[in-house]
Design a protein. Structure first.
Length: 140
């Protein structure tokens, strides 16, 4: 499968989120092409970044009382659980599952951005618009 390129249709209009998504997609594309010897370190680093990004995104959802937080968290947990399985495997020299996951994850990310992250951003922008005096800040 070819790399999935970042495009304007993935922009959500929140710079921090858009930059994070763009970086995540670029890292996934790079990892797909990485040598097996580079995977343990790079996958572990990406996993930590995702954990941090997801934590901040979920904190925002809590702050907003976002109604779809459970479903959104479940998607994050599904991806992180896959990484928590494949990172130890690549550290043991087993690369098959990691390679399969790296083929699918860019597609998952695009779908995640266009659906659940877009819904979150729209909800956040509406909440911000509705409460100008006590606008919820985007601290991610």
């Amino acid at each position: 499968m070819e790399n999935i390129a970042w495009s304007e249709d993935l922009l959500l209009g929140v710079d921090e989120i858009d930059r994070s998504h763009q970086l995540f997609l670029a890292q996934l594309n790079q990892l797909r092409l990485a040598a097996d010897s580079d995977l343990p370190e790079k996958l572990a680093a990406l996993t930590k970044e995702m954990e941090s990004d997801f934590f901040h995104e979920e904190a925002l959802m809590e702050k907003l009382n976002y109604p779809d937080i459970k479903m959104h968290r479940e998607q994050h947990a599904m991806v992180l659980s896959a990484f928590h399985i494949i990172v130890p495997e690549v550290m043991q020299g087993k690369f098959s599952n990691a390679r399969n996951a790296l083929e699918l994850l860019p597609q998952w990310l695009v779908m995640h951005i266009k659906t659940v992250d877009k819904a979150l951003v729209l909800f956040w922008l509406q909440a911000k618009k509705n409460s100008c005096q006590t606008a919820v800040s985007m601290e991610i």
